[in-house]
Design a protein around this ligand. Sequence first.
Ligand code: NAD
Ligand code: UGA
Length: 464
Amino acid sequence: MNKKIKNICCIGAGYVGGPTMAVIADKCHDLNVVVVDMNQKRIDAWNSEDLKNLPIFEPGLSQVIKRCRGRNLHFRSDVENNISDADMIFISVNTPTKTKGLGAGQASDLKWIESCSRQIAENAYGHTIVVEKSTLPVKTAQTIKSILEAYTLKDNSDDKASKSFSILSNPEFLAEGTAINDLISPDRILIGGEDEEAISLLKEIYLNWVPEAKILTTDIWSSELSKLIANAFLAQRISSINSISALCEVTEANIENVAKAIGMDSRIGEHFLNSGPGFGGSCFKKDISNLIYICNHYGLNEVAKYWEQVIEINSWQQNRISRIIVDKLFGTISGKKLTILGFSFKPNTNDTRESPSINICQSLLEEGSSLNIYDPKVANEQMESDLKKYKNSWKKFDDLYEAARGCDAIIILTGWKEFNNLDYSKLFKVMRSPCWIFDTRDIINAKIAESFGFNIWKLGDGSC
Ligand code: NAD
Ligand code: UGA
């Protein structure tokens, strides 16, 4: 058994693997951390000299990479060699929803978990601690264990017979856009497992910067399940507040005032009560879908139905926003030009996975409008892939005011800070009248914008 961890390998150089390992390397100079990925393009981007070309944008990330890369943090594509050198291996691969076969649309596709478990089983050497960092269905550790054990039993050559494994669950709770801060000051670190020695070796790493009181250790199944449930509860709050935003609009109440009033109740709490165009991001929908699948699997159909509603309200919120836009623009947007402000699923990230902007843009394009899209971080290539069915009906702009030229409406879909300081006078001059601003992120001061001549619709504001 290892007495101290020296070499870490992380499989998966994505939104979790990259930042998480960068912070570990930054905080633990005596550890050598290698992040591997089968996607050579992604590894090249992590190694790019110009830090502007890192594959993901996160505030503070490039500074951490600058300090550690080449010192005790490395990005490589030779997965096998780096597995055999490691004392501890983090699995940070993608776990998307299955698109075909049994459980399609709900269950997690664990094919990447399975393939990297096989790679670990084949290439690991000596005792290796395998850490689940990816978000997984409860009981996945059993699958990983079965694969690892199968290889250990099969392999009876003297050299490899010493192969042995401990499996830990250590889910990641970072949110995109605040990943570095979340990693440096986590609310908690959760470690689940049976092997006490392995747990303390992982705990020792986090103790380099996380107070002991924030490190929670549990059994492995509770740890796996807690990650799914944390995301389900967070998403549930958003669907709850979004459902009430519609009620505010018809009763002349204001969702911001309601959120503030209920959030001051310490039992409810003030966070995660911002109404908007529905939750996006790669995980909420996927993780709740997975929860629904697991509940049905265990015959807990009522529990499954309860969580289904969280996803249904989310789609309903996105659909009702596009309907309202069409309705306000005299019932038709065919042939009209609209400006979209914000394409990422939240500010401070270039990630568009499940972004409400994609669905809303698609509905508006289906209605026959053309779109001028402005987002400070999302690349044209990404928009092309998200809107590939609608070639020639939309255009990306690098200048917000150019994006508004000749348009009938501005639709704010992501809460980028720079949208707080719009030059209404300049916008009004370049747009076609009567012109509208549809604000789904509580950014616009309606009174001020109206004074420049705009018509305003604000989500959840019954006075607009
Ligand atoms: P991602 O798609 O950005 O990255 C995953 C990477 O794993 C990809 O680059 C892929 O090429 C690589 N990969 C897959 N199989 C591999 C293999 N066998 N060998 C080498 N590389 C392999 O995904 P992500 O957003 O980083 O999410 C990873 C996991 O973390 C998911 O389970 C997700 O639910 C969870 N999670 C994500 C976030 C987030 O904010 N994105 C936060 C917490 C947890
Ligand atoms: C979320 C969780 O917050 C993380 O703890 C978790 O680790 C991660 O999922 C994951 O497992 O992937 P993330 O999706 O990156 O993080 O970002 P959030 O800040 O949670 O936002 C998700 C979506 O909800 C965004 O579209 C955001 O605009 C929306 N949202 C969030 C609201 O509409 N209102 C709110 O009050 C908060």
